[in-house]
Design a protein around this ligand. Sequence first.
Ligand SMILES: CCCCCCCCCC(=O)SCCNC(=O)CCNC(=O)[C@H](O)C(C)(C)COP(=O)(O)OP(=O)(O)OC[C@H]1O[C@@H](n2cnc3c(N)ncnc32)[C@H](O)[C@@H]1OP(=O)(O)O
Length: 250
Amino acid sequence: MCRGRDAAGGHPVTDGEKTPAEEHAPATRRLHAVDGLLGRREAISELGDALRLLVEYATTTEAPTEELRRAAERIRQAAAPLGERVRDREVLPTADDLLGGVRMYNPVTGSGSALAPPLHIAADNGVAVGTCTLGMAFEGPPTYAHGGVSAMLLDQMLGYAAGIAGHPGMTVRLDTTYRKPVPLLTPLRLTATVQDIDGRRVTATGQLTTADDPDTVLVAATGVFIALRAEQARRLFGRVVNTNRPSRAG
Ligand SMILES: CCCCCCCCCC(=O)SCCNC(=O)CCNC(=O)[C@H](O)C(C)(C)COP(=O)(O)OP(=O)(O)OC[C@H]1O[C@@H](n2cnc3c(N)ncnc32)[C@H](O)[C@@H]1OP(=O)(O)O
C-alpha cells in the first residue's frame, strides 16, 4: 500500500510488506545508536564535500601525468573500505528520511553526492527558491554550464514546487529555454511555482538567474508532473525497503 510521498514532492513512498523493512530496522537502529543519525548525516556531508573537492580538482588539474596515476591509486585505496559495506539498491540509505524529504545522495540536492552542486532549496510563500554555485566540473561550453545541468537543476526545482503545493509527481515533460549562458563559479538563484493543477497533472514553471542579477533570466523551464495512481506506485516502488519509516510496533 502506498503510505505517502517524500515530503518535498518526490516519489511516492511505499510501505510494502512488513517483513523486509522490519528485518532491516534493527540494524538501522543499532547504527544510529552508535553514530547518532545527525552525526552520520554530518559525516556523509563531509565525505560529499571531500568528493566534490576531488571532482573539482580532478577536472581542472594540470598536474603531471605520473601524479594523476598516483592519485588514482590512492583514491582506489580510499574507496575500498567503503565498498565493503554497500546497501542493496532496493534498500533506502539508513540516513535518509523519505517522509521528511531527506535524500542524502540525491544527485541534485544531496550533500552526500559527489554529483550534486549541491542545490539548496527552500519554500518561500509557496515559491521554491534555490541557490547553488556550479564548479568547473559542470562546464559545457568553455567557462559556462552544460545545458543538461541547468535542466537538471530546474527539474528538481519544478518538482519541489509541485511538492510544496501538495501535488508531488513524476516529471513527464520538461521544456527548457536557454536565453543566456550560465556562468560557472558564480552564485545562482532559481525559482519555481505551480501554474496549473488538472487532475493528476501539475504544470510548474521556473527560471534560473545569477544571484546578483535576478531580473535577467538565463534559463526558463516549464515542467509537467503526474501524480502516480496507487497501482503505479506499487509497481514502481513496491519493492523499495525504507528502514526509517516508523515501526508498526511503535
Ligand atoms: C526534494 C524532492 C523534490 C522532488 C523533485 C523531483 C524532481 C525530479 C523528478 C524526476 O526526476 S521523476 C523521474 C523522471 N520521470 C520519470 O521517470 C517518469 C516516467 N513516466 C512514467 O513512468 C509515466 O509517464 C507515469 C507513471 C508518470 C504516468 O503514466 P500514466 O500511464 O499514468 O500516464 P498517462 O499516459 O495515463 O497520462 C496521465 C495524464 O498525464 C498526461 N500526460 C502524460 N504525459 C504527458 C506529457 N508528456 N505532457 C503533458 N501531459 C502528459 C496525460 O495526457 C494524462 O492526462 P489526463 O489525465 O488529463 O488524460
